[in-house]
Design a protein around this ligand. Structure first.
Ligand code: ADP
Length: 161
């Protein structure tokens, strides 16, 4: 039984993330999604609880946890064999290579990182791009699930009030 951890900010979850989850679920027995607080990402739309709730609404059969700090520590805590990450570009690659080294070293070589590639229509999608388009009142239906778009609209209305 191979359980893997898919960590990320997921602010919000996009169809790019969902494509990676779909691919991972064909390869592994169980996926746990870890919604991480990344202090480097300043402009948050949803808080951790909201992001987790959005993902739980989409996937009733996938475990969703939250965390701060190193993904490797969360992977060890939940007895995951590896960390899943998605690759979009060379910029992602540079970042992921140092992250994977950190996760491998701090877990005493117990946690490996497996990178997957989103299908081509999702390869350029990012949460920040979706938020930017949304703020400009552009159509984001190609990039997020309808239930995510609905939550974004609620959020916008509650922020305007
Ligand atoms: P971002 O805010 O950049 O969209 P996250 O921190 O939420 O990213 O991403 C979690 C993981 O999912 C990272 O490994 C990221 O590279 C990957 N990912 C995000 N969007 C995509 C995509 N469209 N295609 C492939 N991987 C993706």
């Amino acid at each position: 039984m191979t359980r893997v951890l898919y960590p990320g900010s997921f602010d919000p979850i996009t169809k790019g993330h969902m494509n990676i989850i779909e691919q991972a679920s064909e390869l592994f027995d169980e996926i746990i999604i870890a919604v991480m607080l990344n202090p480097l990402k300043k402009s948050q739309l949803f808080n951790l609880e909201e992001r987790m709730e959005i993902i739980r609404d989409l996937y009733q059969n996938i475990g969703v946890v939250s965390g701060t700090g190193l993904a490797a520590d969360i992977a060890l805590l939940y007895e995951c064999k590896a960390i899943i990450r998605g690759l979009r570009s060379l910029r992602d690659f540079d970042y992921e290579i140092s992250l994977q080294q950190l996760n491998r070293e701090t877990s005493h070589n117990k946690i490996n990182t497996i990178c997957l590639f989103a299908d081509k229509e999702y390869q350029f999608v990012s949460s920040s791009m979706v938020k930017e388009l949304f703020n400009l009142n552009k159509d984001i239906s190609k990039y997020v699930h309808p239930s995510v778009e609905k939550k974004m609209l609620y959020k916008k209305r509650s922020l305007v009030k």
